[in-house]
Design a protein around this ligand. Structure first.
Ligand SMILES: Nc1ncnc2c1ncn2[C@@H]1O[C@H](COP(=O)(O)OP(=O)(O)OP(=O)(O)O)[C@@H](O)[C@H]1O
Ligand SMILES: [Mg+2]
Length: 365
């Protein structure tokens, strides 16, 4: 499929601090692509490189088939000529300008005729649900409304490409949830390509057609659909980054895989014999717990039982390995699964992810 952004072997350093090294990434036309990574991994720097506010030390960036950055051939197209809409993390709207003037600004710069400018601004203000507030100043708006102004300003010139750098961080949880669906809606309606940057995995799962997971060193660990990233994580880092993760150390003895330091073997699908796998990853929601006499699985002891309202959260010791599981409180009550600390239990898994120990050392400390 045709790519609207092509990043090839891009490196960027600040002094001797290496932010990106030989980064390669493609965003397809019309998709909502999310770049997910921990704070400080280089997401904003990458956005600034794409937008043209920073130049790479080496490598090539193309937008819409045109090379916009390539230091080797002295190419560095200016940000306005890249025709990209952007909302940055701090989403600064101009405090002395009304909503109308804020949104109109890019069209004024482009010297659009007044009539067209007015129509466009009113239409875009309506698009972000702000009709009637055109004459207000930012100081007369809520944080969420200011965010919408920034979004309208980014959209007013109908760019084919919209860069959104964590635009929802300053909003409260409810508004953030609402806005993420609105952004998705807008993207569909306007048929723009969106490159969205966040460190929130829920946002990424909710809005992306495809996403990439970046580690703290700026390396992309996996690219895929939200489903692929969640269900087929490439490594323990990706697996952990997508939510609370547990790892069960497993060692091989003869033909059996034994848990922790004990003698219980994993009675479920185990990895092919020749792969040096030594850890099974799982999510708390994939662990089943049962009373010792009722279930099959690994015998363990409940170390901590926490009532969290809707959920019961248990920490279970299995031969020196600690597992965390959560089950709905009403299910625990009706199913006789209210365990006390110190009680025995058996655990089994709905789903296990196998990882080798070399990559595991990065996440299990
Ligand atoms: N102008 C600069 N000069 C020197 N170092 C910089 C500059 N801009 C960014 N950095 C460094 O580059 C790294 C990546 O920063 P960046 O802002 O891209 O992180 P981020 O992934 O956007 O993080 P967050 O999720 O917190 O916004 C950080 O270590 C940061 O300190
Ligand atoms: Mg950032």
């Amino acid at each position: 499929m045709e790519e609207i952004i092509r990043i090839e072997g891009v490196s960027k350093n600040y002094g001797n601090h290496r932010v990106h090294e030989e980064l390669t990434l493609g965003v397809r036309r019309g998709e909502c692509f999310t770049l997910l990574g921990p704070s400080g991994c280089g997401k904003t720097v990458l956005m600034r490189l794409i937008a043209g506010f920073e130049a790479p030390d080496s490598g090539k960036i193309s937008i819409d088939g045109v090379v916009v950055s390539n230091p080797a051939s002295g190419i560095d197209i200016s940000p306005d000529a890249r025709k990209i809409g952007m909302v940055f993390q701090d989403y600064a709207v101009w405090p002395h300008m009304t909503v109308f003037d804020n949104v109109a600004y890019p069209l004024k710069l482009a010297k659009k005729p007044q009539r067209e400018l007015t129509d466009r601004v009113m239409e875009t203000v309506a698009l972000v649900g702000m009709s009637g507030l055109e004459k207000r100043l930012p100081s007369e708006l809520s944080g969420g409304q200011q965010q919408r102004v920034a979004l309208a300003r980014a959209l007013v010139a109908r760019p084919a490409l919209l860069l959104l750098d964590e635009p929802l961080t300053n909003l409260d949880a409810n508004l953030r949830e609402e806005m993420r669906f609105e952004i998705k809606e807008l993207q569909r309606k306007l048929e723009t390509t969106v490159l969205y940057v966040t460190h929130d995995q829920e946002v990424a799962l909710a809005i992306s057609d495809r996403m990439a997971v970046m580690d703290e060193h700026g390396h992309i660990r996996q690219t895929g659909t939200p489903w692929e990233i969640f269900e087929q994580p490439a490594d323990p880092f990706v697996f952990s980054f997508m939510g609370i993760a547990n790892f069960l150390p497993v060692r091989r003895e003869g033909t059996a895989w034994l848990v922790g330091e004990g003698t219980q073997n994993i009675p479920w699908k185990s990895p092919a014999d020749d792969t040096p796998l030594q850890a099974a990853g799982f999510r708390p929601s994939d662990v089943r717990i049962a009373p010792p006499e009722k279930g099959e699985g690994l015998r363990g002891i409940v170390r901590r039982a926490s009532f969290l309202g809707a959920m019961m959260d248990y920490l279970i010791d299995v031969d020196g390995a600690t597992l965390r599981t959560s089950i709905e409180t009403h299910e625990a009550l009706s199913g006789g699964l209210m365990f006390k600390e110190g009680e025995g239990c058996v655990v089994s898994f709905r789903n296990l992810f196998w990882f080798d120990a070399k990559s595991l050392s990065e996440v299990v400390k």
